[in-house]
Ligand binder design. Structure first.
Ligand SMILES: NC(=O)c1ccc[n+]([C@@H]2O[C@H](COP(=O)([O-])OP(=O)(O)OC[C@H]3O[C@@H](n4cnc5c(N)ncnc54)[C@H](OP(=O)(O)O)[C@@H]3O)[C@@H](O)[C@H]2O)c1
Length: 336
């Protein structure tokens, strides 16, 4: 499935999808990228990628619009379903803002993939569909692809992003079993890395907040981290390797917030860094061995952090601007 194929990437302008589009174009794929907004501020970074002029076609499509999604997926041999809202602020209407695009949106993508006779669909899920109070996984057991987060627990605690990721991943894999469509999923940890898109996404805002500080407390949770460039390679790998199947955890580095802060203070003493952390139970670590056995490897965490911070410095994202509102920590990361 390499080289000369045409593939669709949903939510192509987002943080992870932009790196995936860049990688696909560099490997000779023709890419159909979907965006909700065709304005230059949303697509200029995609149009500027190497090979984009010849090999990237951008489609306007909301996940809830089946016909628009089907038009983008028609003629494709593969689909990378990356789009899901990743909120930087509190949700006011979880059903509308989160569950509908995640669940109905995924169904639309899968139905369109069937209609287009697509060979494989890669769904981007998350480790939030793996690690939150997983049922049938004894405490302390290393989390692997057999672990599913407890949807009811997440619903009862109003943490809607994991609910959306659990249901949409489950539904996608079930759709594959029922219809014979080849569906595989990837469960990334927290994703850091340099940005191609012009605005800061929620997971990089996490790192910006740790350095700049602000009024919000941050829980001292154990985080599993992956570099966006390594994640793009993982997504392409599970698309291309025939024996890939089911779920693939992509969360190779483990560090708690306090250790991450120590690393930042040591290497970047000029930034204030947050001081107000509060304790939280650490979930058990998880393994990315399944992906590594398919041939995936990743760069060290220190390199990811250094490259992300260097990018943010050059883009002047770490400077305090007079009159600007204080830096905030995306609430989602204190909930999951
Ligand atoms: N970043 C992480 O740490 C992380 C970790 C694990 C999993 N993930 C998953 O990775 C994927 C991409 O996340 P990201 O970090 O790259 O976030 P992002 O930069 O915010 O990208 C999200 C993308 O989804 C699109 N989208 C949202 N709602 C949509 C809708 N109704 N119809 C069509 N497109 C819609 C957005 O389009 P607009 O630009 O138009 O809003 C954007 O392109 C998501 O599935 C997320 O759950 C992310």
């Amino acid at each position: 499935m390499a080289g000369s194929s045409t593939v669709c990437v949903t939510g192509a302008g987002g943080f992870i999808a932009s790196w995936l589009v860049k990688l696909l174009l560099s490997r000779g794929y023709t890419v159909h990228g979907t965006v909700r907004d065709l304005s230059e501020k949303k697509v200029a970074h995609l149009k500027g990628l190497e090979n984009a002029t010849e090999s990237l076609k951008i489609f306007k499509a909301d996940l809830l619009d089946y016909d628009a999604m089907a038009a983008a997926i028609a003629g494709c041999q593969g689909v990378f379903h990356v789009a899901t809202p990743v909120p930087s602020e509190e949700l006011t209407d979880p059903e509308l803002q989160m569950l509908a695009p995640a669940v109905t949106g995924t169904t639309n993508v899968l139905r369109a993939a069937t209609a287009a006779n697509v060979q494989r669909v890669v769904v981007v899920s998350s480790i939030v569909a793996v690690e939150i109070n997983p049922k049938d996984c004894p405490e302390g057991k290393i989390r692997d692809e057999g672990c599913w987060s407890d949807e009811e627990f997440c619903r009862n605690n109003n943490i809607w992003y994991p609910v959306a990721k659990i249901i949409s991943e489950e539904a996608a894999l079930e759709y594959g079993r029922q219809t014979g469509l080849d569906v595989v999923s990837v469960n990334p940890g927290l994703v850091f890395g340099p940005m191609l898109q012009p605005t800061v996404n929620a997971s990089n805002q996490f790192l910006v907040y740790l350095l700049k500080g602000g009024p919000d407390k941050v829980r001292n949770k154990l985080w599993h981290i992956v570099d966006v460039r390594d994640l793009a390679e993982a997504l392409l790998l599970v698309f291309e390797v025939p024996q890939a199947s089911g779920r693939h955890i992509c969360a190779p580095h483990v560090i708690c917030v306090r250790d991450l802060l120590d690393l930042l203070k040591r290497n970047y003493p000029d930034y204030p860094c947050i001081t107000n952390t509060c304790d939280r139970d650490h979930p058990a670590p998880m393994t990315s061995e399944k992906l590594k056995k398919l041939g995936w490897s990743c760069r060290p965490l220190e390199e990811t952090i250094a490259d992300t911070i260097k990018f943010c410095q050059l883009a002047r994202l770490l400077e305090d601007v007079v009159g600007e509102a204080p830096c905030r920590f995306p609430p989602i990361f204190n909930q999951i």
